[in-house]
Ligand binder design. Structure first.
Ligand SMILES: [Zn+2]
Length: 268
């Protein structure tokens, strides 16, 4: 992945998704927005204590920079679960989806920008360039334990006939194992859900581990049938990269949210 600029907005681009050509996508940084500290400045999360006026202004800056319509940006109320919103028909009013409690969005509708907000959790974008289907998924430790990226792939297969071997994945900037220590409840949630934990967790003392959420999600995508060369990771730890990204842990919960977003190009 690489840092690029669209209009005035810096973002992280997946080379893999960009090469496929059918979508506009990216992972935002914290720059070029209107919010003041500690949300400075491109805070895209409605769940923060930042003014909604500022967040809406920032969302408008983002959509404009990528040629999307503000009214067609779809986000949901993320609750660290594994439920998905599937949009498979044209719709003129997307605003009410914001109230839905789920952690991923899947669609085949061109011109609809779907996004997930994060500030440590893993944003995952999926693209099937053959069937023209996209997904945006929010994978924190709970969502990862509950296999949200696997569910995202299953929804693309089940609703839209995607072949897992054709799906491309971009795993965006998230907290790295360098900065992400977890304890026993996290390990137990993984074990209970039957999700591999030990392979991605380095012991860091009694009942403590440094967890690699990006690698755990990459592994789930491979197990779901994606090709190794079809899964790209960003290499950024949002906690280490203070100038570029928000980090909930680093900033003690008072911080903004960056967004992983994707939109199919085409009619509309
Ligand atoms: Zn780090």
């Amino acid at each position: 992945m690489q840092i690029k600029k669209s209009a005035k907005v810096h973002y992280v681009e997946s080379l893999l998704l960009a090469a496929a050509g059918v979508s506009v996508h990216g992972f935002s940084t914290r720059h070029e927005g209107v919010s003041r500290p500690p949300y400075n400045s491109l805070n895209l999360g409605l769940s923060t204590l930042d003014s909604s006026h500022n967040v809406e202004g920032n969302r408008s800056i983002l959509t404009r920079a990528f040629g999307a319509r503000y009214e067609k940006l779809v986000t949901v109320t993320q609750v660290h679960g594994n439920d998905l919103l599937v949009l498979d028909e044209p719709n003129e009013d997307f605003s009410h989806f914001q109230k839905l409690e789920c952690d991923g969005i899947v669609t085949n509708q061109p011109g609809v920008m779907i996004g997930v907000c994060v500030a440590d959790c893993v944003p995952v974008l999926l693209l099937d360039p053959n069937k023209r289907v996209i997904a945006a998924l929010h994978a924190g430790w709970k969502g990862t334990a509950e296999g949200i990226v696997r569910k995202g792939v299953e929804a693309m297969v089940g609703f839209f006939g995607s072949e897992p071997g054709a799906i491309l994945a971009a795993i965006g900037p998230a907290i790295g194992p360098c900065c992400y220590q977890v304890d026993t409840p996290v390990a137990e949630a993984f074990r209970k859900a039957g999700t591999q934990f030990e392979s991605f967790a380095q012991a860091a003392g009694p009942g403590k581990w440094q967890l690699d959420l990006v690698e755990a999600n990459r592994n789930q995508l491979l197990r779901a049938g994606l090709e190794e060369g079809h899964v790209e990771t960003s290499g950024f730890c949002v906690s280490c990269e203070k100038d570029l990204f928000f980090s909930y842990r680093r900033d003690n919960g008072e911080t903004g949210r960056q967004m992983g977003f994707i939109m199919l190009q085409g009619k509309k």
